[in-house]
Design a protein around this ligand. Sequence first.
Ligand code: FES
Ligand SMILES: [Fe+2]
Length: 377
Amino acid sequence: MSEVMTTGVFASDAGPSIPTNLSRDDYCSADIYAKELEKVFYRQWLAVGHISLVPAAGDYYVKQVGPESMIIAKDKEGRIRAYFNVCRHRGYRMLDDHAQGCTDGFVCPYHHWTYDLNGKLRTVPGTRDGQDFPFAEFPLHEAHCTVKHGFIFVWLGKDVPPTLDEALAHWDNDALIRKFEPEKLKLAHREIYTIDANWKAMMENDLECYHCSHGGHVSLAIACNFQGFYADKQTGQHFPLREGMVTFSMDGQRVCKKPLGKAVDGDSAGFLLWPFFCGPVFFVDHAVSLELTPMGVDKCQFICEWYVEETAVESVDYDVEKLIQVFHITNVEDQAFGERNYRGIQSSRFVPGALHPRREDGIIAAYDLYRGMMAAD
Ligand code: FES
Ligand SMILES: [Fe+2]
């Protein structure tokens, strides 16, 4: 039997081609990683947080989004804007990682050039506008930014993006999500997992629950319906709960007393984007936002944020440790899966392996999209 191995498809003269994962180079080559940033990462809507993080004009926070540090800010007109954290003088990273606060403008700490909330260069020490150069030519670089169901998304590329609704055309659950009143949330906790693996090893892990059984996620197994999860990756309707389970928690019972909107026990919904896996999921008493972001060819981060109803009070309505427990344990287990998978992929003997057509159909769909994006102009 003659066989031809191409990226992501195993073809033989014995029958139709079999979907596979990718070649070793696709996971390990710095050149391919650079191409992925250009063709995929900078051409996808990426989740960066929730509107409750910037409730008032002047509120801002700094978020690492792949190789970019982004300033997410609310301007005086009430619009949420996304600026690259790069001074237009000599390129200094202006704000610290994870900084947040309220301001009427941004000051670069190097030579104190200042910018207003619209990103316009306002003052330059030692010169006036037009004296040596026009300030209007040096605004902060800005990314496209949009909001859906209270969650903020950025598009880092320079091209004109499709709307987020167009990018989410594979979902049809807006009415269900509105039931959770997803605009009325507050951040309860954020955890950042730094993972020694190519981002695609983690994407694959995120898009299948083939590994969830067989003791892979004992804690998740208490409340989660793994079988429903497999189907969910294709239609994206919800993160299904097992019969009698109220929410995603260690005992299937609420971890926050206050429900989200009009949600009832057992409800779940969400909307997710890929190849760079991101987006929120909602349960009766909390929501979780997930962001897979690349940090290099062999390193990525998984950022997990837990949200509760906006008036919920810590220690009264919820306990952070209990709130985050099941996802945190699962994230740590998934980190180990991804890192160990990547170590195997780095072997000289690694070649693409067959994907399970029903248990790994989410990966197959994501790689169809990925290959199309990589081949596009
Ligand atoms: S690099 Fe920012 S003021 Fe000089
Ligand atoms: Fe997992």
